[in-house]
Each structure stands twice: as C-alpha cells, then as structure tokens.
Ligand binder design. Structure first.
Ligand code: PLP
Length: 395
C-alpha cells in the first residue's frame, strides 16, 4: 500500500486550534473576565421561519407511505434547481436546470470539482483567501502560484498576462478581506481565462451580502463568463445553513475543454461519487428562494451588515486602513503600530478580551492584517467594538 504522498506536503492547519489554545490559556489566567468572539465565520441567527416550516412539512411527507421518497436525482430535485434558475433570472443570468448541481455545501464542491482536471494544471490562487483552495490542490500535487493581494490593489489582484495559469480561483466577496470585484475587474479575469483557455472557479459564497447594485453577484453577469467559469455558491451564510448543509455549483453547457463539455464530466463525477442532498434539506433550500424566504433572510443579512457597520465605523474613526464590511460580513484591517497578525491577536485578547482571526492564517500576504466577522449578536458587537476602540486609542 502506498499513500498519496502529496498529503505530506500539507501544512498543519493550526490557525483555529492555535486560537482555541490561546483563548483557553487566557480563560485560565483570567477566570472572571468576559471573552467576546468575533473570529469565527459561523452564523448565529436561527433559520428563517419559512425554511423551518418547509423542512417540517417535508419530514412529515417522509413519514407517510404515499409521499415517502428514497434516492433522488444526484444533481438535486427539479423543484430546487428551478427555484435557483428563478433566483438567477433576477440577476439577469439565464440558466438551464441541467447546469446546476445541488450539493451539501460549497466546501465539498470546491474540492470535488478538482476530480475533472488534470494534475498537471497550474493553479492560480489569490493570497489571502479561504484556505481550502490551497489545501485541496496540494492534496493532488498541483503546482500553485499566487496572485498577491495588498493595500495597493485593495486585496483584489488582477490578471498578469506574463503569468500562465490553467485554473484560477476567485472569491468575491472575498473571505477573509471582504473585498468585492467590480464588473470591469472581473471582465479582465474573464478575458484572461478565455485567452489562456483557462477555467475560473468563482466562489460566490457571500454574494447575498452585496448591497451595492453596481457590483456583480454572479460571474455570469460578465460577458463571456459562461465559456470559462464555474460558479460555487452556498446557503451557509445566505440563509444560515452552516449546520443544515446545502450549496450548489453551476457548470454551464457552453464551458468546453477543447470539444469536451465540462458539464458532462462533472455530471459523471457526481452521479458516480455522490447520492444527492436529503429531500428535507432541499425543501428547506427551495423555501430560501421563495419571496418570503428571500425577505426573511434579507432581514438576517441586514442585521449582520448593521453589525459590520458598527465595527467599520470604529476603525474609520481610529484612522485604521480597512476593507470589507460594506458588501460582506468580513472586516479586514491593518494591525495598528505595525504589529504582526499574531501580536495584535494577543493584544486584542489580552487587553480587550476580544477574539479575532490573524490575517496571516489566510496566506502570507495576510501578515500584518486582521479579520473580524459581523456574525455575532448586536450586544456583543457593541461591547467588543467599544473595547477595540479603546485599544486602538493607545496606538
Ligand atoms: N467558500 C468560502 C469563501 C467560505 O468562506 C466558506 C465557508 O466559510 C465556504 C466556501 C464553505 O461553505 P459551505 O458551508 O457551503 O461548505
């Protein structure tokens, strides 16, 4: 038996365990002090009532012989894929049901899609970004190059025609920076991909947080994108499905590698290795895209975005450079006093009892930056922001 030696090249994912360890040490040393967590990217508000109703009704159906369902289509039930076609139509993107693959979340799909690409492809990954892109490619031994984000490009790297990549990841709104590509910038990426016969893997997990009407919420709002891009999306943050689990991936029929449609390959992959998402969850997901579901979830998103504004206002008042928070639940800022990400983490925890996420955990370019999330409850956000404000005054 030989192992996949590529796994030996993975770095330990120590970010959240190191945070947990530091928090636990702080608690032992300061048993009476309160800790507020603005570090994790998990939602806190419960599911929308219309979603709960739909899932309860679906559970009842499963308990009656006349309405019981066994295996469904691996790609998802038509009712959900039709609901998604409707959702995209409102974005002026016309999709066919067969272009949509329903799954248990974007993380799985982002890894699964790699099955259909050769290990020889060169992958271009923004830095900083959601760490799963890097690790899933290391697991299959692909060559990775990085597109550096920084203050100079607002953490939105653009294509460099001197660099040749076959698979390009884009995450907009970006995790961790909250930065969002505008249409002109995305068009540059689409043009680059078309010229280089490359594919863009576009992660739109946070698209529902975009409020600026001029910003694209799907890559297919850019001309030519259906010929070069696969889009990944998730109900995790849009509708509080982090624990319920549902996402979807769009592989347009127009997307070809030579004369091979990638949709056909992905369909083959999914029907071989995946048996679909539970009926109950898919009924809940369908309800997310009903008018009532969209309205109820919008309220939740507005709540998180009001939190983001509270944090952003404090950073603005302290004259700290930051991005995000306007069209994304993440706020990304430069650590004060030229501190490293971990030194600021220690200061924020030690002096304010607030837990955030060191930027360096999302890539080398994240060193010296810090991520806060707006997913907490209002009272905690206000308290934490006051403490952050007081700490920043010391610099
Ligand atoms: N993509 C990005 C950018 C994320 O931040 C996350 C989760 O944090 C995911 C994908 C994973 O989403 P899901 O919960 O649907 O697996």
């Amino acid at each position: 038996m030989n192992i996949n030696k590529n796994y030996l090249n993975l770095k330990d994912s120590y970010l959240f365990s190191k945070i947990a360890q530091k928090v636990s040490e702080y608690k032992t040393q300061n048993p009476s002090k309160e800790i507020i967590r603005l570090g994790i990217g998990d939602v806190t508000l419960p599911l929308a009532p219309v979603v709960v109703r739909a899932m309860s009704a679906a559970a009842q159906e499963m308990g009656r012989a006349e309405t019981f369902r066994g295996y469904g289509e691996e790609q998802g039930y038509s009712f959900l894929r039709q609901a998604l076609c409707g959702y995209y139509k409102n974005k002026n993107v016309l999709l066919e049901e067969t272009e949509i693959f329903v799954s248990d979340g974007a993380k799985s799909d982002l890894g699964n899609i790699l099955d259909i690409f050769d290990a020889d492809n060169t992958v271009l990954i923004p830095d900083p970004v959601y760490p799963a892109y890097v690790d899933t490619n290391i697991m299959c031994g692909r060559k990775i190059i990085y597109a550096a984000g920084g203050v100079e490009n607002n953490f939105l790297p653009l294509p460099d025609k001197n660099i040749k990549a076959d698979i390009i990841y884009l995450c907009s709104p970006n995790n961790p920076t909250g930065a969002v590509y505008d249409k002109a910038s995305l068009k540059l990426w689409v043009d680059y991909a078309l010229q280089n016969a490359a594919v863009i893997l576009f992660d739109g997990a946070y698209e529902a947080f975009i409020r600026d009407k001029d910003l694209p919420t799907s890559i297919y709002q850019i001309e030519g994108a259906k010929k070069c891009a696969i889009e990944f999306c998730s109900l995790s943050k849009t509708a509080g499905f982090t624990g319920t689990r549902c996402g979807y991936t769009i592989v347009p029929h127009e997307l070809l590698a030579g004369d091979v449609p990638l949709n056909k390959f992905y369909l083959r992959r999914q029907t071989t290795k995946f048996n679909g998402v539970s009926y109950i969850v898919q009924r809940g997901a369908e309800a997310v895209f009903s008018p009532e579901g969209l309205a109820q979830n919008k309220e939740n998103i507005n709540y998180y975005m009001a939190n983001a504004q509270i944090i952003a206002a404090a950073l603005g008042a302290a004259d700290i450079w930051f991005t995000g928070g306007k069209n994304s639940p993440y706020i990304w800022f430069k650590c004060p006093g030229k501190l490293s990400s971990w030194d600021f983490f220690d200061k924020l925890l030690g002096e304010a009892g607030v837990v955030g996420t060191p930027g360096v955990g999302f890539g080398a370019q994240g060193e010296g930056f810090f991520r806060l999330t707006a997913f907490g409850n209002r009272e905690n956000i206000i308290k934490a922001t006051e403490k952050l404000r007081a700490l920043l005054l010391k610099f």
